[in-house]
Design a protein around this ligand. Structure first.
Ligand code: HEC
Ligand code: HEC
Length: 456
């Protein structure tokens, strides 16, 4: 009945010629480029980012390496930052990251820098985003998102997959916009929902769920899993390619311990060290006990009771989704196809279109990564699993986002439930679609089950 009403509305609007183009940009309400920088600098606190970008003339930044140099995080004659690489992220860019499109974190600790700051820069290819966090010697940890443009996006449509996923995306920037955590607060790109999970007034934290040896999903030569992932990376990228500004020859030095130490030092020994710790050794042991071919051969997924407990906490909306139980999240067949496409595209010998090489996850991993709901949930269960991460009473209640609380569906007003129903039915690319496509998707049946729950 409701879906019939909805369909009718769409038909009427289309007939009236009201089919306005969908707003696809979660940040369309904010200024861009120089205007955004001016607004940010007018209010900003004092830290390594604001001193690099706000003092004096606006610096020219046309590549990732130039940005890294500006922040003292480049591999050049001035030094080498520490870095770590993950093949499965539970962060903002969870949907983008795998062994062939990893997330790199470059960092400095106060001893490395004149300004005595902790600074970390995280980068993954695909959405032209750079994430930065900084802790000055006195003052608060701040989070920034830099989004760059490359000319191919001048008409407002995104650059092609090839332009966003091959090495060329790291340079040839024509403009950039930088947003701080207050700009991003009520948006899909809100940093604090995860980096200040207790809400306003509680500690702002750095995160690394797989904080303990053997740091499942983090690449490097220190662990069997890390070596396995590095091999998958190399099959696509070889040993010479610069990735995330890191020269190819240094990739094997990727080291999860530097991020472990960074997170432990910045967050202190409080329980906020990592509120959602993933006990790597226990989970890897359990997975291997029921499937000794892991991690090299992940054709049969592993099982882990320890992991199930962590996952259940995300399903009921109490914690951030954990990363995957196995070391590899990739489907062997998809990984092979996408690796070949990447190699051919870089060599210029690809026939046909470049595929989305981020789509390499095992099908079963989508629900296990909470990118889709757990199988078998009813409408209420789906809403809690898919919405509570951003709609809960712990987070900033002054944002309009907080008007919907997925952890307390019985107390939502009719009006708010109707707003949720309308959001669920928007198209994938609409910035107002819930859950945001950047994070997760629902099938038609799951949308229908959620709508029925909200109609009660
Ligand atoms: C959905 C939760 C989530 C959101 C939203 C999020 N992060 Fe993170 N962030 C994480 C997690 C988890 C990690 C640990 C590495 C990983 O899993 O990729 C992380 C790591 C980082 C790091 C590396 C240093 C560290 O803490 O380990 C930086 C820098 C960072 N995030 C910046 C940001 C910025 C800037 C934003 C907002 C634009 C943001 N993050 C939004 C969860 C999140
Ligand atoms: C990644 C974070 C995130 C997730 C997950 C998420 N939302 Fe949202 N939601 C937001 C943000 C940010 C806003 C505020 C910006 C806007 O209005 O789009 C919002 C706004 C809303 C609003 C409008 C509130 C109001 O009255 O203004 C509703 C309703 C809503 N979401 C429902 C849902 C439902 C239902 C789900 C799950 C199916 C969901 N959201 C999942 C981030 C999220």
């Amino acid at each position: 009945m409701a879906s019939a009403r909805w369909a009718l509305l769409v038909v009427v609007l289309a007939a009236l010629g009201c089919e306005s183009p969908v707003d696809t940009d979660p940040l369309s309400h904010l200024p861009r480029g120089a205007a955004q920088l001016e607004a940010l600098c007018a209010r900003a606190g004092d830290n390594a980012i604001t001193s690099a970008l706000c003092a004096g003339e606006t610096p020219s930044v046309t590549s990732l390496v130039e940005l890294q140099s500006l922040l003292g995080l480049a591999f050049d004659e001035n030094g080498r930052p520490d870095f770590a690489l993950t093949a499965n992220s539970s962060s903002l860019v969870a949907r983008q990251v795998s062994a062939i499109n990893p997330r790199a974190v470059l960092m400095n600790v106060p001893e490395d820098r004149e300004d005595q700051s902790f600074i970390a820069l995280a980068y993954t290819r695909g959405d032209q985003l750079v994430e930065i966090a900084v802790t000055p010697p006195t003052g608060e940890t701040a989070f920034y998102l830099l989004r760059y443009e490359r000319g191919c996006d001048d008409d407002g449509t995104p650059c092609s997959l090839q332009q966003r996923l091959l090495p060329e995306t790291e340079s040839g920037w024509t403009d950039w916009s930088i947003y701080d955590d207050s700009d991003l607060g009520n948006s899909v790109f809100d940093c604090l929902q995860c980096h200040q999970p207790g809400g306003p007034g509680t500690p702002r934290i750095y995160r690394m769920q797989e904080l303990q040896n053997p740091w499942t999903h983090w690449m490097g030569s220190l662990s069997r899993g890390g070596r396995t992932l590095l091999l998958d990376y190399r099959a696509a990228h070889g040993v010479d390619e610069t990735y995330a500004g890191i020269p190819g020859g240094l990739m094997q030095n990727a080291n999860p311990i530097v991020l472990e130490n960074f997170v432990k030092r910045t967050n202190g020994d409080s329980e906020s060290e990592e509120p959602n710790a993933f006990p790597s050794q226990a989970i890897e042991d359990e997975v291997r006990a029921n499937n000794p071919a892991q991690p090299e051969d992940n054709a049969t997924p592993g099982r882990s009771a320890t992991w199930n407990d962590l996952y259940q906490r995300a399903v009921v909306g109490e914690a951030l989704p954990p990363p995957y139980h196995d070391i590899k999240i990739t489907d062997p067949q998809k990984l092979e196809t996408m690796t070949r496409a990447y190699v051919d595209a870089v060599a210029g010998t690809l026939s046909g279109n470049f595929p989305d090489i981020r789509k390499v996850f095992r099908d079963d991993a989508l629900a296990d990564l909470s990118l889709r709901p757990r199988a078998g949930l009813d409408g209420r269960g789906i809403l809690v699993h898919m919405c509570a991460q951003c709609h809960n009473p712990r987070l900033d209640q002054s944002l309009t986002r907080a008007r919907f609380d997925a952890t307390d569906l019985d107390r939502q007003s009719r009006e708010e439930k109707d707003a949720a129903i309308a959001r669920l039915r928007l198209t994938d690319d609409d910035r107002f679609r819930m859950p945001p496509h950047f994070f997760r998707d629902l099938s038609d049946d799951e949308i229908e089950a959620s709508v029925q729950e909200l109609q009660r």
